[in-house]
Design a protein around this ligand. Structure first.
Ligand SMILES: [Zn+2]
Length: 1096
């Protein structure tokens, strides 16, 4: 606490420069600051457990086959368009010549020099950061024959990705060879593969033209007198903006003459069957129309797109696809490439418009003036200067913001700045908070706002002189001047009713109706709470939590408990008039856990006994929330309700519901009603809850439909969470439920929160997605906001932007901490602006784009037929890709599908969204499942949506039991599974362990402790803990994955050819789905068709 008690006149955290720079300095990095959740409860918190990236296979060079960000990728019919790829790849000069990263702060006598790129001048000049960190093997790297050909007979996921110096010709031959190969995996490599051969003479070598546009070499001659940049971002220099740095030639460049003649070469075969695209495209009915068996193709042409009939054949009998799945962009490859290229260096946020590493890459972040990507990720880090350009591209401009994100222990939590009674310094006009982008003028007496340009007097207590560069001399002493993220202690002006808040309260509200008691749930919850109450969130080094607790049980009536410390026994008070809810006691309802421990323990012992013989099956629901709300009102505090509920609330009471589930509505215009609440009662209740800061977390245990769409309204609009355990069984589900409950109770939460996003002139926040309530068009209100919740904000132009000044975002979150302290958390992010569409496409992030598109679509189903939503998604993405093709790619024949490098996974991921349970449900998906998923996704961060839509599939039998690494992931397709292996698939909600029928008996013995395949029980909810390396390895992988996710995933054992396999196959998202969703290959063809239509 000493940190935030420092007077504002002194540097709040000692010697600033080394502190900022050397993040490992014990004084800051290692110390648990107020609100640090990681350090408090080691046993429960397992986020980010040093996730080790697997070492790439020997001889495998990741970054060639589909080149890295910034250059286009061509598919299918013509590789001449690949030429610019390789040119583009050169824009990052060889890393070998780059200066080493700066050593830790101690070695810098003055932090000033090290951070000189932070100067406003530089920032304003637009450092073209985006491309530089994408390090690739130097273009001149010699081709290594020994490392090259992956035998085609191995079912290697990576086989299509040639060695790094494979020329375009080689790649083309490769693709052609694979495509026309007549049967599957065991075919010998086509003669023309040319892997080990020297570069064909026809190819002059892509590097040369590229080098001419690649800008100065990485030795950075123009930086001789200044220190190295904060990382080894080769070629990154704040000098001339744009022109010299961006590799791929601008769209106006004439195509490289050398490639022209090859255009019609060996790809004729692939283009042959094109009529199929336009005509009877077998998969087409799946996109827009209701699922159903697609019409069979008119004839079985081995070259045609695989029809459903073909897909049903065993893989070995399948005719060769016209498009080889290995020749289309692979998510696994992109993820691997990014890990290899960007996982080793910290991501330093000092440069405007930098695209961060992918969410699947494990990297450290150093805050040097922009918020960490853990807090904010954008769909694009380069915003079109005009709204016309933005409209033309159709690329949504959105930021996915997780204001209270948990950081790994190696990173520094935001510092808390206390400006005393005067509060934070803000712009007079737009009220933006002091941040690194504000410009001090007139010797430091005033500052000009970076958002609205208004000039504001610097308050006397905040005055500081400027140095010769115009920077305040206390620049490094103040987080708000030098960091992207920090907190201010709020003054009373920021508090409700001008009164500092009381510490929040937690109220546990337990359904004690027949089902809840009978299943053992009530006893389980009561037992758990006895110990869990010792782990309520605490602030910093506080001895005990400031949070008070209260208890309610209910069925048709509510029971309140007086657990005042002076009582010998708890007292129950029953409220049976649920129509007009009130709290029958004030004193003794909300108590301090330690003071009332004996009484609370006694109560938790008694509750299961009291209701052991209940016959009451009916429940109420709205009155339960009202009771919690009234209790918090009476106590004048914010708080959270933890409601454990089992059934549709049909008892006579406000908010009573009826069963209106109707699967016949699926694929009709009325389907949207399944997602809408059946009464507006809960919306009004949610509004009252938000006004009080009453957040609702709902744990559901349904045995049948209970209308999640309606029950979820209050949790959703108050920023709470919903957990669902269908057909809850103590034996199999308690571990998962208890893990979720523990994490939910302990996690960092801000109460009574209001978030506003300010932007620099030219753009503004226009739309918001997430779990919150809005009473006006700018403020996002949340009764509670926890560390896992994200808010997605969309931006639109209201004026022109300039390349020089870029675009700025400032997200300010006002909230009450778990100890009742009112705070402001500020995140700042600066983005580049562009006048060339190519720059936009080079600086996009597809994972974030998909996060936005999924949320947009999932909101759309509330008001539009699902088919309309799916069609709109397809159309928007086709427009995005067509705009690229038209404006950024080199001219080429219409038979080519050309995808921007940064978006080459857009089709595969989009297809996953389109066939997700919300947009295209299979027969086994319930209405409640869909409503549940819809609400979950709306608050997901980018990492969560990434794995949710494209699950991670790991071959467990390929795991190295002697290393910490994970086995290399494989693509989500049945073709990739071998009968002799065991696989793990996770999507953030479930973990499947799939066992092939031919798995060695010893492996089965080691993993399941049984002697044969037939003895494996698929009723297991955990793997047995066995004393052998394989079992331990698998256990450690499962634990690692569980630790990375915000919810405890359900473990499901699936035996090949067992009935549960259908469920598992649903997650093999590159395949055609049972509900009619297209395979990746089919969908890519469909997208191609859509794009061609737009272009013609
Ligand atoms: Zn302003």
């Amino acid at each position: 606490m000493s940190v935030n008690q420092q007077a504002h006149t002194g540097p709040p955290y000692g010697q600033p420069q080394p502190g900022y720079q050397g993040y490992q300095q014990p004084a800051y990095g290692g110390q648990s600051l107020p609100g640090a959740p990681q350090a408090q409860y080691g046993a429960y918190n397992g986020p980010m457990p040093g996730y080790q990236q697997p070492v790439p296979p020997q001889g495998y060079f990741p970054s060639l086959g589909f080149p890295s960000k910034g250059s286009p990728v061509s598919l299918n019919s013509d590789t001449s368009s690949l030429a610019p790829n390789f040119i583009g790849s050169l824009r990052a000069p060889p890393t070998s010549g780059a200066p080493p990263p700066p050593a830790s702060g101690a070695s810098h006598p003055s932090g000033h020099v090290a951070y000189s790129q932070f100067e406003h001048g530089d920032v304003q000049n637009g450092i073209p950061a985006s491309a530089a960190p994408m390090q690739r093997p130097p273009a001149s790297q010699p081709f290594l024959p020994g490392s090259a050909p992956t035998p085609v007979s191995q079912m290697s996921t990576f086989q299509q990705y040639g060695p790094p110096q494979a020329s375009v010709q080689q790649l083309r031959n490769h693709m052609a060879g694979m495509t026309i190969g007549c049967t599957a995996a065991s075919a010998p490599p086509p003669a023309g593969l040319g892997y080990g051969a020297p570069r064909p003479p026809a190819m002059p070598g892509p590097p040369l033209p590229g080098q001419t546009v690649a800008g100065p070499p990485s030795s950075q001659p123009n930086h001789v007198s200044s220190p190295p940049p904060p990382s080894t971002m080769a070629g990154l220099h704040p000098g001339p903006p744009m022109s010299g740095l961006h590799g791929p030639p601008p769209p106006t460049h004439p195509p490289q003459p050398g490639y022209q003649m090859q255009q019609n070469g060996s790809f004729g075969q692939m283009r042959g069957p094109q009529p199929n695209y336009g005509g009877a495209y077998p998969g087409a009915p799946n996109y827009g129309s209701p699922p159903g068996p697609p019409p069979p193709p008119k004839r079985l042409d081995p070259d045609s797109i695989p029809s459903p009939q073909l897909n049903e054949l065993p893989p070995q009998q399948k005719p060769r696809h016209r498009i080889d799945p290995d020749a289309i962009p692979s998510p696994i490859q992109v993820i691997e490439d990014d890990r290899n290229n960007r996982g080793s260096e910290p991501f330093v946020t000092g440069v405007r418009g930098q695209v961060p590493p992918l969410v699947t890459t494990n990297f450290l972040v150093k805050d040097q003036g922009n918020a960490s990507p853990r807090y904010i990720r954008c769909t694009s880090y380069n915003i079109p200067c005009t709204s016309d350009m933005a409209k033309q591209s159709q690329v949504p401009l959105a930021a996915v913001i997780k204001p209270l994100a948990t950081l790994p222990p190696e990173e520094t939590l935001p510092y808390l700045v206390d400006h005393g009674e005067s509060g934070p310094v803000r712009c007079n006009r737009c009220k933006a908070y002091m941040c690194p982008f504000m410009q001090f003028i007139e010797g430091g007496r005033r500052f000009q706002c970076c958002f609205c340009s208004c000039v504001t007097e610097v308050p006397p207590h905040y005055f500081q002189h400027l140095d010769h560069t115009g920077k305040r001399v206390d620049f490094y002493d103040r987080p708000e001047l030098s960091l992207g993220s920090y907190e201010f202690l709020a003054t009373v002006d920021y508090c409700k009713n001008n009164k500092f808040p009381s510490p929040p309260a937690f109220i546990f509200m337990i359904d004690v109706s027949y089902n809840a008691v009978k299943s053992g749930l009530v006893r389980l919850i009561c037992e758990e709470l006895k110990s869990l109450l010792d782990y309520l969130p605490r602030e910093g080094n506080m001895e005990e939590s400031a949070i008070r607790v209260g208890f309610v049980t209910y069925n048709k009536v509510l029971h309140f408990y007086n657990v005042k410390s002076s009582l010998a026994q708890p007292q129950m008070m029953v409220v049976s008039d649920v129509a007009d809810m009130f709290v029958p006691l004030l004193d003794g309802f909300l108590v301090n856990v330690n003071e009332s421990r004996t009484v609370i323990t006694s109560l938790l012992d008694q509750i299961p006994e009291m209701f052991a013989d209940t016959r009451e099956t009916e429940t109420v629901f709205a009155p339960v929330i009202q009771a919690g709300l009234e209790a918090l009102k009476a106590a004048e505090c914010a708080g959270k309700l933890f409601i454990f509920h089992t059934s549709l609330p049909i008892a006579e009471a406000p908010g009573k519901l009826k069963n209106r589930d109707d699967r016949k509505l699926i694929n009709t215009d009325k389907e949207k009603t399944l997602f809408q609440p059946q009464t507006s009662f809960y919306n009004n209740l949610a509004k009252d809850c938000v006004a009080q800061g009453c957040c609702v977390d709902l744990f559901l245990f349904p045995n049948q439909y209970l209308d999640v769409a309606t029950l979820g309204v209050v949790p959703y609009q108050t920023g709470g969470s919903i957990y669902k355990y269908a057909y809850f069984q103590l034996e199999t589900d308690q571990y998962r439920f208890l893990n979720d409950l523990r994490r939910d109770v302990q996690k960092e939460v801000g109460f009574d929160a209001v978030m506003r996003v300010r932007t620099s002139t030219g753009i503004r926040a226009t739309d918001f997605f997430g779990a919150f309530y809005m009473s006006n068009t700018t403020d996002v209100e949340m009764a509670g906001l926890d560390c896992d919740k994200t808010i997605t904000v969309e931006f639109k132009h209201d004026d022109k932007l300039s390349e020089d000044s870029g675009a700025l975002l400032q997200c300010a979150l006002l909230y009450t901490s778990c100890a009742g302290q009112r705070r402001l958390r500020i995140h700042n992010l600066s983005l580049n602006c562009c006048t060339q569409l190519a720059d936009l496409y080079r600086n996009c992030e597809t994972d974030t784009l998909i996060n936005y598109l999924a949320k947009y679509a999932y909101r759309g189903v509330l008001s539009s037929p699902v088919k309309t939503v799916r069609d709109a998604l397809i159309n928007q993405c086709a427009q995005i890709l067509a705009c690229y093709r038209k404006n950024c790619a080199s001219p080429s024949s219409a038979g080519q599908l050309i995808l921007p490098e940064c978006m080459k996974l857009l089709p595969v991921y989009l297809n996953c969204v389109l066939k997700s349970d919300v947009l295209q449900p299979g027969p086994e998906v319930t209405t409640d499942d869909r409503a549940y998923i819809r609400q979950l996704v709306t608050s997901m961060d980018v990492a969560e949506t990434n794995v949710f839509f494209y699950p991670r599939l790991l071959p467990l039998t390929k795991a190295d039991v002697d290393s910490d690494s994970l086995p290399a992931a494989i693509r989500n397709s049945e073709e990739r599974l071998s009968k002799g292996d065991i696989y793990l698939l996770e999507n953030g909600l479930n973990i499947f362990v799939w066992v092939g029928v031919n798995v060695q008996q010893s492996l089965i013995q080691n993993l399941f402790g049984v002697s044969s395949f037939s003895q494996i029980s698929n009723a297991l909810s955990t793997l047995p803990v066995l004393e052998n390396p394989f079992s331990k390895k698998v256990q450690s992988i499962v634990d690692m994955l569980q630790g990375q996710r915000s919810r405890y995933m359900k473990l499901i054992i699936v035996k090949q050819e067992d009935k549960l396999e259908m469920l598992f196959k649903h997650f093999l998202v590159e395949d055609k789905s049972l509900s009619g969703g297209a395979s990746y290959v089919d969908f890519l063809c469909h997208m191609h068709k859509e794009i061609r239509q737009l272009l013609s």
